[in-house]
Design a protein around this ligand. Sequence first.
Ligand code: ADP
Length: 303
Amino acid sequence: NICVVGSVNLDLNSYTDRLPAAGETIHARRFTTGHGGKGANQAVMAARLGGAVALVARVGQDLFGRDALDHFRAEGISTTHVTPTEGASTGTAVITVDATGRNTIVVSAGANGLLSVADVEAARSTIESARVLVCQQEVPSEANRTAMRIAEQAGVPVVFNPAPVGAGVPAEAYPLASVLCPNEHEAALLTGLPVRTPDEARTAGMELLGRGARTVVVTLGAQGCLVVTRERVEAIPAPDVEAVDTTGAGDAFIGSLAFFLARGEDVFSAARRATQVAAISVQRPGTQTSFPRVAELSASIVD
Ligand code: ADP
């Protein structure tokens, strides 16, 4: 079983001819909603592969919160620790995409910003009994730190995705990360080094190991990922596919990585499989809508 501490958002997407100017009202050609939030995305990915997943999160006591809870139940995710929050709205991302694909995005953290140390303490036994804990940075860092400390004391490995990277990663968080999993942008920002190639990712990965992370996995988009441990470095190329929408690729990767680690595989094997799953997600539109279910995967990916 896998415990994910993290964010829940509803994405509200308007597709327009152009982006509106200040004070202007324009009409959208199309509107869609989508389930999002890095925590929710990673939880859904792990659940679709067959993982028993518990999510520790907050939603609002509003329509979006009720919808998110129904959605998690339909995905088979435990919602015992997804707390509806009085007086708070569910996290949202209000997105406008113009005809050329440019976008504006307004994120409202809402209830995600209220996830507390007490919430995480209430989920202590869930964390302690997990095979893997997964955290990102869309909820308050004290909540994350508490979860990672509980996991460490119980000997539960922690996958830490430092996204969004914002002001960086608190120094105390590095030694709590069994697997630190930044994308190239995050790795560059955390280290101040260029991270465009597997070679550059190796240097950045070594730097992050030096800060206390036990393993670093840098995702490199169409170039796959690089797994860096003190003993061994392995570049894992992504399959050559036609990408139509890479939104959520990182979350597909992390959710899959957590699932395969929880199944008992080493990080190299887990990262190879996660690379295959993420490559499927980029060939389909949307975020969670692009995440495959285990029944769709070839035996070479899951067996
Ligand atoms: P993020 O979504 O955080 O920006 P990346 O872009 O690094 O993360 O993508 C995460 C993973 O998704 C990559 O490591 C890779 O396995 C897969 N991926 C992303 N883009 C592509 C692509 N164009 N072709 C194949 N795989 C991809």
